[in-house]
Design a protein around this ligand. Structure first.
Ligand code: SF4
Length: 250
């Protein structure tokens, strides 16, 4: 459910392609596979084949990626400036996406650069390479984000998910750098160096049918931790606590 709170901050979503795969603990109850399967059953070709069912019958993204350019362009070609969450049904920096998909997505965002684009990812290690290979800049109003759901390990890199913060810090063109601590799956503590140049942090528990527990103490400690760092760094860091999750404990 890791994208939900960001989506509530936006005026719309634009998925330039669909499909993804599990990257870390935050993905366990991803909202997007059931939606994708439903859209595929209604005949939407962009969603066909991107999900599979595990032995318990639970839908998950199987790593296949499908283009969805026309639908995304229809969202972003409107004249009125909007805050648009990018690739809510995928991850724009996914390594399985052909580079041509990412290039076209960046071309379109640069063409319609009157919008603010929120790009949240768990694959921040791919940002630099993809920008280089596409030869495209980020659109001028980009908010770039990383999911940091707890002190947990990324399935692919085998690193603590905090490694992602450095990658978004290194994206010079971004207007805003943000972290999504959602769904918060355990205690989390930042060091001062983690939050240099981070502008905004969202914290939230997990919602939905299989929501994991969320301890308010984790949240309180994290807020204190962030406030202390902000003071020491003399830097403004906005915090938004979106929701305590379905099962919260005092
Ligand atoms: S990265 Fe995002 S879209 Fe992909 S499986 Fe994880 S939660 Fe779902």
């Amino acid at each position: 459910m890791s994208h939900e709170s960001i989506i509530q901050w936006t005026d719309g979503t634009a998925s330039f392609f669909t499909g993804c795969s599990i990257k870390s603990s935050a993905c366990a109850n991803c909202y997007a596979p059931p939606i994708s399967a439903r859209l595929a059953s209604f005949g939407q070709e962009s969603y066909e084949g991107v999900t599979s069912k595990n032995e318990k019958g639970v839908l998950y993204f199987n790593g296949k990626i499908k283009p969805n350019l026309k639908a995304a362009e229809n969202v972003i070609k409107v004249k009125k400036p909007k805050k648009i969450f990018v690739n809510s049904m995928s991850d724009i920096w996914h390594e399985n996406a052909p580079i041509s998909y990412q290039k076209k997505a960046l071309e379109l965002m640069n063409q319609y650069d009157h919008h603010t684009y929120l790009i949240l990812s768990k694959r921040t290690e791919n940002i630099e390479r993809i920008l280089e290979e596409t030869g495209m800049p980020l659109p001028k109003n980009t908010w770039i984000g990383a999911t940091v759901e707890g002190d947990v390990i990324d399935v692919e890199t085998k690193l603590n998910v905090k490694y992602r913060i450095d990658h978004i810090r290194n994206v010079d063109e971004a207007l805003v750098r943000f972290l999504s601590v959602e769904p918060m799956v355990g205690p989390l503590h930042f060091d001062d160096s983690d939050l240099v140049n981070v502008n905004w942090i969202i914290i939230g528990g997990e919602s939905g049918h299989n929501a994991r527990p969320f301890h308010l103490e984790w949240c309180r400690n994290l807020i204190e931790n962030i406030d202390d760092i902000a003071q020491r760094l003399n830097q403004k860091i906005a915090i938004f606590v979106k929701q305590p999750g379905r099962d919260n404990f005092f």
